[in-house]
Design a protein around this ligand. Structure first.
Ligand SMILES: NC(=O)c1ccc[n+]([C@@H]2O[C@H](COP(=O)([O-])OP(=O)(O)OC[C@H]3O[C@@H](n4cnc5c(N)ncnc54)[C@H](OP(=O)(O)O)[C@@H]3O)[C@@H](O)[C@H]2O)c1
Length: 342
């Protein structure tokens, strides 16, 4: 029989559903597809290639005979089950933060460090969504001009925090508009805040994941450590601010870089337009620049607003947008599986 036995763990989630779609869209050779989530979803039906598949409960699931696991059930769940799956000889591609910084676990973006896949011992980590779109763009610039320092501010969509956060954005927006007494919907402070730490409708807040002792959030420090690991260069200095914005799908990033060698905006545009996985959209006079709306549902990382940082000798500013559920998560995982089967 041709093809691979694949299990999607976290299949009912925002990333898991996208994984099922992408495996189908890219014709990944599947002999058998198994869909796995928590006990809550046991028996639910999801579609894969027009086949109805019953969701199975992770705690009752045997990984014997499974070739690939595309995993996104949350870090604490992955920490618990992944060692068991690896022992049963499945190759796990894990989207959670559980193993990303383990020294013997490759952290891979296929356009950037595909060679790292070869070192895997049954487990490969998929980077954080905001890191993936950043390194896809910065790697070709680093190769040409050596990046010394990165200052990044993210504008991350609700879907980055999963299905409950997307529902919260919709419910709060509807509630604020329904209760608006003025022509313009003013703050609407009485909305219910559950899935996210602050009101997301008609608001932005600089808080993604937990706060750490150094005053940064864990999301911000993921950008620092994961970028250095994937770019294989711990000398790059990085500082980040991660912000949640009321967008459903698509993360954006304002990025300032300082390089060792001079690179003009024109040269950067030229390098990036030839690099894999990137589309340069940079004609501001025609209102053409990357936006999360235009990136949603696509596979590429979009970059524009490329311009000189006039405050330093060798600096550039860039604006990046990508679909966080696709290139930021599910697509990157499927690309890793494709690279393994060759
Ligand atoms: N969203 C993004 O842009 C993004 C990007 C990169 C990485 N990630 C990471 O991917 C993971 C999932 O994110 P998401 O956005 O898909 O979240 P989500 O929409 O909340 O989905 C969570 C999934 O995990 C499953 N799950 C939860 N507890 C479980 C358990 N005890 N056993 C088995 N399955 C369990 C859920 O199943 P039930 O439906 O049965 O509860 C659901 O399928 C997170 O670690 C996240 O950090 C997300």
């Amino acid at each position: 029989m041709q093809g691979y036995k694949v299990a999607v763990v976290g299949a009912t989630g925002a990333v898991g559903k996208e994984m099922i779609k992408i495996v189908e869209q890219r014709n990944f050779p599947v002999r058998e597809m198994r869909l796995v989530a928590s006990e809550r979803s046991k028996g639910k039906i999801l579609k894969f290639c027009s086949e109805d598949i019953k969701v199975e409960n992770l705690s009752e699931f045997s990984f014997k005979g499974i070739d690939f696991i595309l995993s996104s059930p949350g870090a604490s769940v992955s920490k618990e089950y992944v060692p068991r799956a690896v022992k049963e000889e499945a190759i796990v591609i894990d989207n959670t933060s559980a193993f990303r910084m383990e020294p013997d676990v490759p952290l891979v973006v296929p356009e950037v460090n595909p060679h790292a896949i070869q070192k895997h011992k049954g487990l490969i980590a998929n980077p954080n969504c905001s890191t993936i779109q950043l390194v896809v763009v910065l790697k070709p610039i680093h190769m040409k001009a050596r990046i010394k320092r990165i200052v990044v501010s993210t504008y991350q969509s609700a879907s980055g925090a999963g299905t409950p956060a997307m529902n919260e954005l919709k419910e709060q927006t509807e509630s604020v508009l329904a209760n608006a007494k003025q022509a313009l919907p003013l703050p609407g402070k009485n909305v219910e805040v559950k899935a996210l730490p602050s009101q997301i409708a008609f608001n932005v807040f600089p808080h993604i994941d937990i706060f750490l002792d150094n005053g940064y959030t864990k999301e911000e420090m993921k950008l620092v450590h994961e970028t250095q690991k994937i770019m294989e260069d711990t000398s790059i200095r990085i500082t980040a601010t991660a912000v949640r914005v009321p967008v459903f799908i698509g993360h954006s990033e304002s990025v300032n870089i300082e390089t060792k060698k001079n690179l003009t905006p024109g040269e950067a545009r030229e390098i990036l337009s030839r690099a894999p996985g990137i589309i340069v959209v940079d004609d501001p006079v025609k209102n053409e620049y990357p936006t999360p709306i235009n990136s949603a549902g696509t596979d590429e990382v979009f970059v524009g607003r490329i311009r000189q940082d006039e405050s330093i000798e060798n600096g550039l500013n860039l604006w990046i947008a990508a679909d966080n559920l696709r290139k930021g998560a599910a697509l990157n995982a499927v690309q890793i599986a494709e690279a393994i089967i060759g």
